[in-house]
Design a binder for this molecule. Structure first.
Ligand code: SAM
Ligand code: SF4
Length: 436
């Protein structure tokens, strides 16, 4: 029996892919080792969305080499986006790597391990399985209440800064009945919340034979008894339809929270990014969303320092943050990625400018988030209790708007929906009192 340890970098998709690799390996009789030094196989599930993620992976690989020097029997596998991007090139930089496989090749993991057992050469499999989205993949989830469920893979959008379409392939949707079956199975295991995952969930259904779309999938999941909450990421603003806005308003289990990455507040930069919406169209959608769902929590992604971003473009982004008053943002410095169109754009900016702009957006957003959180003081929020707080003294949970709340309550409430009155607010979390 082999033991394995997975180190995951990057987004929720990678976290979920790691849950699938765990499921596949456990089905083969392998066991998880919580300590990397004790594992027979170490899998690095990598991310290449920004250069920094790539650097983190290579420094982890360096540490594993030292471990392998002391334990030559250790097998090192590289999975995920860097594996897809680099393929066999990883072996020229790190000849001690045993396996390289891409995100849509994980169902062949047992066969790869078997091949490696009888073969001294490294195994490289980044061909991509065209049927991956039709397969049922065993999954061992890390959380017992909240589950990620992939509804589609890949992306057809080709934003000029982004490697995802090159590494995760074209959009492919899973069948709606398969998704509903998975959600039903999760409720039988006690799961209360699902987050539907895809690079652009709003275009769910494209290419399927049956006539379906994302709002109708949400309707089907909403009808699954015993599921309490439904969330989804990520929505491309261009494809956010009035049908989806109505779904957020009308389906009781669909939480009032939306991540809608805008990237920039400047039309010139949005066009250079190939986002295919304007600031005005985006703001129009935010207005309609708030009319339909007044207390919706909104978050976004921002890239600062995209090639050609002038001071006035950046000011438009700052102005958009003021206008929308998001509850939170993820902000990134533009990072050059291999093979993407923006690499060839004029006007690449220095790291100093990017750093300065990043600090400015984070500072502004920090103030907005604090103000928004303070507005919740004295409100009563429905909270799904998911465990002990980080400090371990109180319980913690999430509001429907996905804000973290800490409060005193008996531990048997973990897994329940409770009502909590908010008594204090910080930038990262709220504090509350359980309502009797
Ligand atoms: N599919 C999602 C969408 O369109 O919004 C996001 C996927 S991507 C994994 C998450 C975020 O990473 C993007 O929204 C973008 O802000 C950021 N990102 C992607 N490529 C980047 C790059 N080259 N430099 C900096 N940030 C980047
Ligand atoms: Fe990347 Fe754009 Fe696709 Fe999102 S929509 S994954 S940012 S190409």
């Amino acid at each position: 029996m082999k033991s394995f340890h997975i180190i995951t970098f990057g987004c929720q998709m990678n976290e979920h892919d790691s849950e699938r690799m765990t499921g596949i390996l456990e089905e083969q009789g392998c066991i998880t080792s919580s300590v990397v030094e004790h594992a027979d196989i170490v899998i690095l599930n990598t991310c290449s969305i920004r250069e920094k993620a790539e650097q983190k992976f290579y420094s982890e690989l360096g540490r594993l080499k030292k471990l392998k020097d002391t334990r030559p029997g250790l097998k090192i596998a590289v999975a995920g986006c860097i594996a897809q991007q680099e393929g066999a090139n990883i072996l020229s930089r790190a000849p001690y790597v045993d396996m390289v496989f891409g995100p849509s090749d994980i169902s062949r993991l047992p066969a790869m391990i078997e091949r490696k057992r009888s073969w001294s050469l490294p195994v490289v499999d980044v061909a991509g399985d065209p049927d991956y989205h039709r397969k049922r993949i065993p999954t061992t989830r890390t959380d017992r209440l909240k589950a990620w469920v992939s509804i589609m893979y890949g992306c057809d959008n080709y934003c000029t800064y982004c490697v995802v379409p090159y590494l995760r392939g074209r959009e492919r949707s899973r069948l709606p009945l398969e998704i509903v079956r998975e959600v039903r199975e999760l409720t039988r295991k006690g799961y209360k919340e699902v987050t539907l995952l895809g690079q652009n969930v709003n275009s769910y259904g494209k290419g399927l034979e049956e006539d379906t779309n994302f709002p109708s999938l949400l309707g089907m999941v909403n009808n699954v008894p015993d599921i309490e909450r439904i969330r989804f990421v990520t929505s491309h603003p261009r494809d956010l339809s009035d049908g989806l806005i109505a779904t957020l308003r009308d389906f009781p289990k669909v939480c009032e929270s939306l991540h809608l990455p805008v990237q920039s507040g400047s039309n010139d930069i949005l066009s250079a990014m190939n986002r295919r919406y304007t600031r005005e169209v985006y703001l129009g959608k935010i207005k309609r969303l708030r009319e339909a769902v007044p207390h919706i929590t909104l978050t976004t992604d921002i890239i600062v320092g995209f090639p050609g971003e002038q001071e006035r473009d950046f000011e438009m982004t700052m102005d958009l943050l003021e206008e929308v008053q998001y509850d939170g943002i993820f902000a990134f410095k533009y990072s050059k990625r291999p093979g993407t169109a923006a690499l060839k754009h004029d006007g690449h900016l220095s790291d100093d400018i990017k750093e300065k702009r990043l600090a400015q957006v984070l500072d502004l957003q920090g103030k907005i988030t604090s103000r928004n959180n303070e507005k919740l003081i004295n409100s009563v929020q429905e909270v799904l209790v998911d465990g002990l707080s980080k400090k371990g003294v109180t319980l913690s949970g999430r509001t429907r708007g996905n804000k973290a709340v800490n409060f005193d309550a008996p531990a048997h409430l973990i897994g329940s929906l409770v009502m909590v009155r908010i008594t204090a607010a910080g930038i990262n979390s709220l504090t509350g009192q359980l309502c009797e």
